[in-house]
Design a protein around this ligand. Structure first.
Ligand SMILES: Cc1cc2nc3c(=O)[nH]c(=O)nc-3n(C[C@H](O)[C@H](O)[C@H](O)COP(=O)(O)OP(=O)(O)OC[C@H]3O[C@@H](n4cnc5c(N)ncnc54)[C@H](O)[C@@H]3O)c2cc1C
Length: 330
């Protein structure tokens, strides 16, 4: 069990895989660990979604992402990233959760727990933490949020057919979920604390959602927040007046974003900016202020997951491996 690696990568999402691809052929003994299957986060995305990036922009390690259309679907991406793993022979330990990383002589000791509960440690001279930003949903923080009718991950409209569903938020995920439900016989409404959809909504989606909202085909409650969730209704409150508004309701789809959990980094003593949530690191090497600890992917964006995504987070892998091979490993 006391295996010794040159590089342990925590997380086999697209950006963790990019580290593995960059390490392939360099002689660095590298293993990726993921608490779920390969690209576990993407598995939890809306099942029929299309990426906003083109396939070329999502390519990793020079492996062509060949599809007949410009933008890939979730299914295309799931198959593609598995192809990259196979192409480079990247070792991924799926369903292996890294519960702790501690300094140890000659590097670091990773505590690993498998899904059968077996726990053991692995040694590594360097560690790249690529655990993403999809750990925990941003909670509404209201009574009733733990009811099973409240969902922070949206997959498809069919569980909600002929039901009253409230979508919370007006970003890409919220707008696309609302449109898909509207087109599949769901009585969907939208609530947002601002008075417009988010600026980051995909340009080709804006006309569609704007028309649905203006025509009242998707009723919208601007400048309101969810105040309380009951089994058969939700209570909204106006952000300024506090005036309540009660809606009949069967389900709440809270598209309020997710956030990273930098717990492993904090435990190692990596400094994390309180305001931005960004771990201190050198952007040229992605090495943190704890030598031998690197970060990759959306985790490096802190609270603002829109700043780093696959298109740019995939570059981190090359920088990490270059730093390791040039320095002849720490
Ligand atoms: C609906 C949607 C559409 C998107 N469209 C695009 C797009 O078009 N273009 C684009 O560039 N980006 C897009 N993104 C963003 C993109 O998916 C993320 O930025 C990307 O997944 C980040 O990759 P990552 O490898 O950093 O993190 P993740 O993909 O989140 O991977 C992190 C991995 O770490 C694992 N993990 C976490 N903690 C542990 C632990 N303790 N031990 C072991 N494993 C652990 C997780 O299981 C996960 O597999 C989209 C996101 C969403 C939600």
């Amino acid at each position: 069990m006391n295996e010794s690696l040159d590089l342990a990568v925590v997380g086999a999402g697209p950006c963790g895989i990019a580290v593995g691809a960059a390490a392939a052929g360099t002689g660095l003994r590298t293993v990726l660990f993921d608490r779920g299957p390969i690209t576990a986060s993407l598995l939890n995305y809306p099942w029929y979604m299309t990426f906003f990036s083109t396939a070329q922009k999502l390519e990793i390690g020079g492996v062509p992402f060949t599809i007949p259309d410009s933008r890939p679907t979730r299914r295309d991406a799931l198959a593609y990233y598995r192809r990259v793993v196979k192409h480079y022979g990247i070792e991924v330990r799926q369903h292996h959760t890294i519960t702790d990383v501690a300094r140890d002589e000659g590097g670091f000791r990773l505590s690993v727990t498998r899904r059968d509960g077996q726990a053991f440690t692995v040694q590594a001279r360097a560690v790249a933490v690529a655990t993403g930003g999809f750990h925990e949903p941003n909670a509404l923080g209201v009574p009733g949020e733990t009811l099973p009718k409240v969902h922070h991950y949206y997959h498809e409209p069919y569980p909600f057919t002929n039901q009253d569903v409230l979508v919370v938020g007006a970003g890409n995920s919220a707008v696309e979920a609302a449109l898909e439900m509207y087109r599949n016989d769901v009585r969907v409404q939208l609530v947002h604390f601002l008075d417009r959809i988010d600026r980051g909504v995909k340009p080709w989606v804006v006309p569609d959602i704007t028309n649905r909202l203006e025509k009242g085909e998707i009723p919208v409650h601007w400048q309101h927040r969810v105040a309380e969730i009951g089994w058969n209704e939700v209570v909204l409150r106006h952000v300024e007046t506090g005036a309540p508004r009660t809606l009949p309701n069967d389900a709440v789809v809270a598209m309020t974003g997710w956030r990273a959990n930098p717990r492993l980094l904090r435990a190692l003593g990596v400094s994390i900016d309180d305001d931005t949530g960004i771990p201190t690191h050198d952007p040229d090497t992605m090495e943190t202020d704890v030598p031998g600890i690197f970060i990759a992917g959306v985790l490096a964006a802190g609270h603002n997951a829109n700043k780093i995504f696959i298109e740019n987070g995939k570059e981190h892998g090359g920088r990490i491996v270059a730093a390791l091979t040039q320095s002849g490993a720490p």
